[in-house]
Design a protein around this ligand. Structure first.
Ligand code: SAM
Length: 286
């Protein structure tokens, strides 16, 4: 058990600061003040962050922190905070740690009894969800799908059964391929494509995958896909009333391979995969 009382002491801190995803007006006053007053800012790309700092007349020094040097730099940051320096982490856009590096650093900071102060702001996926018109009651953040088509389709087959609305990030050069896979796996599912959020050319495409594919004329810029959840609850309940073996066989008959069927049964039932595995294959071995 670890308890953090964020503002109860004068120790140096680690600040995780969100920045805008396109419109500089979306920065918070607190983010500006934090970035002005910390001793050092770690960022993904100094060439990118310098534009933000210049715009708000922030003079603080920067150092780079990205996926390739995450472990090494994490240790360096921890040492600096322990020696009394206040450090901020920002990413290129939006919130650090969300499809961006950062959580390993936060985890290490907690282990080292360093207070982690989150300065909140935009997350592209949450903004797209709010504007999507799809249910926000329950949602799942997935982030980027695998790049290879067979892996992507495997994941989409699993996501198809999620009852929550799903948030996906996608790169412009893969958007058509991904929409086309969604269309082949769940053509009846409503989806929303949110493009260039907070920027001059912001737009939302709301409809079925095929309609959006046909309408999508601009395949550049930044994009989020929001996927409606599976509303066929009765079917899910029926499956969960089967035995684990029957449930697994159901997916094999649907054309799932054994690994994917096992993963899907575990997801449907909310049980760890290893438990399903033990039930299915321990029996066979006996
Ligand atoms: N940390 C960021 C956040 O809080 O949303 C996400 C970073 S991730 C590397 C970049 C992806 O976020 C893009 O490929 C796109 O899917 C999404 N994204 C970022 N800015 C966006 C924008 N202005 N409009 C739509 N999607 C955006």
């Amino acid at each position: 058990m670890k308890r953090q009382k964020s503002f109860d002491n004068d120790n140096a801190k680690l600040y995780i600061v969100s920045t805008p995803i396109g419109n500089l007006e979306d920065i918070t006053l607190r983010a500006i003040n934090t970035l002005k007053t910390v001793d050092l800012i770690y960022c993904e790309d100094t060439r990118n962050t310098v534009k933000l700092l210049n715009h708000f007349d922030i003079q603080t020094k920067m150092k780079s922190f990205h996926l390739f040097n995450e472990n090494e730099i994490t240790a360096e940051i921890i040492e600096k905070v322990k020696s009394g320096l206040n450090i901020a982490l920002v990413s290129d856009a939006g919130s650090p740690c969300i499809s961006d590096p950062g959580w390993i650093l936060v985890n290490e900071a907690i282990k080292n009894e360093i207070d982690v102060i989150v300065v909140p702001g935009v997350v592209a996926g949450v903004m797209a969800l709010v504007g999507s018109g799809l249910s926000t009651e329950r949602f799942m953040f997935y982030g980027f799908l695998p790049h290879k088509q067979n892996k992507r389709c495997e994941e989409l087959k699993i996501l198809k059964n999620r009852i929550e609305t799903v948030i996906l990030y996608e790169a412009p050069h893969r958007i058509k391929a991904t929409l086309s896979d969604i269309d082949s796996i769940m053509p009846e599912r409503r989806i929303v494509l949110a493009r260039e959020l907070t920027k001059r050319f912001e737009e939302y495409y709301r409809g079925y995958p095929r309609e959006i594919l046909e309408e999508l004329d601009i395949v550049k810029g930044e994009m989020v896909i929001i996927l409606e959840g599976n509303n066929e609850n009765e079917k899910d309940e029926e499956l969960n009333n089967l035995s684990i073996e029957e449930h697994y066989q159901f997916y094999l008959k649907q054309g799932f391979d054994s690994k994917l069927a096992l993963k899907q049964v575990a997801t449907d039932r909310g049980i760890p995969k290893r438990n399903i595995y033990q039930t299915l294959f321990k029996k066979e071995a006996e």
